[in-house]
Design a protein around this ligand. Sequence first.
Ligand code: BG6
Length: 485
Amino acid sequence: NFDPPYVFVVFGASGDLAKKKIYPTLWWLFRDNLLPNNVAFVGYARSDLTVDKLRSGFEKNCKVRDNEKDAFEDFIKKCSYIQGKYDDDEGFKKLKAFIDEYQATSNNQPVNRLYYLALPPNVFENVTTELRNNCMDNGDSWTRVIIEKPFGHDLKSSDHLSKHLSKLFKEDQMYRIDHYLGKEMVQNLMVLRFGNRIMAPSWNRDHIASVMISFKEDFGTGGRAGYFDTAGIIRDVMQNHLMQILTLVAMEKPASLDTENIRDEKVKVLKAIKPVELKDVVVGQYIANPDFNHPEAKHGYKDDEDVPKDSVTPTYALAVFHVHNERWEGVPFFMRCGKGLNEKKAEVRIQFKEVSGDIYPAGELKRTELVMRVNPDEAVYMKLMTKKPGMGFGVEETELDLTYNSRYKGTRLPDAYERLILEVFMGSQINFVRTDELEHAWRILTPVLDELEQKKIKPIEYKFGSRGPAEADELMKKHGFVFTG
Ligand code: BG6
């Protein structure tokens, strides 16, 4: 086999993320023949495990069909396990020896290395330092390091981590995952905007009244309350997933599809946003609602044993942002996110201004809206006015509807992790977060997070399964959002 060899190392191989996401993703990519032939998957963790034990942890998440059983065994044959600590070099030396051996059995061709850090943040620095000291390529192949949030806790800690990483790796070796960038509809945003002539003339403050990016979940913190209480919803999804979507909605057209051209435009948007102020934020925390049909709804956020009884951590937040540039001055961008709400839905909603010179009876015309539903049930639809069909002359609101399930019925949409991991193999960083993007996202949110936490501002209680605090709707209305129903 003369294909170059690759190793994909999963640090934290026995953890939740590895079991639920990374191993299943590697299997699907392998099954679909999307990976190089000569690849070894190496699990690394502290526990005394074997490949068999690892397998029993992730197999159920791999959804192996009856006719794929042989292929799955082939996948398992490519898996190995190394037991090692995160804070001394013994395990990393074992890993190096494994890679050297792999090179020797691969016609001595230099091994390309992908290191996935599915690890808690307190070991990030040690592990990356050990990798640098022991496990890098010699310049005749490549090394790419994939890291998962949290990338710090605020601007200061994130800068500290970024400085540490940039001493060890070049920017083109670092792949900061934000899995929302791997979602079909998020990847579709640029095509919709820059691939359709009708969009450009109306995509600005003259025509758009507001942009809403919302993320709702109808479940609570699940078994993750311990982590969640140190983060809160603003760090968990707003600072990263929603902020990334905002940049794609608001950015100027890049000079080309080149990675750095795109990331440059995204950073310019972030630079034009001032830190959010407390007056432009509503935070909430869910309380029990036994009437809602979800097992978690019986307990409020603070009833979880991993959450302090006086926790002021928000499980819901609405924040209003303004992009101060020629295109967007005066247009509010709402980001709304929460757990324990009435539905699971993530979407981007562009609300257009009223028509000028309205000739219809007062109040009949509704604002046009363009909605991109990210999750679940991907769709793009436009709410428009139409004549009521039939003899009458009245108007009504309807949808031009591109629901993927009907239009692209039978087309499998890959999971976000599948796309992103494949992109790392291919060396494409378009959908990964550059250091300066991260820095600006924290710059915008750190002051308000500090204020909320230092003043111990109590989130508004909302019932599990509700729409969240009514105060959020009020703030949106104050900024001109019109609830069209
Ligand atoms: C994660 C958050 O980044 O995204 C979770 O930590 C959240 O709290 C998850 O549930 C949502 O991802 P998805 O793909 O299910 O919308």
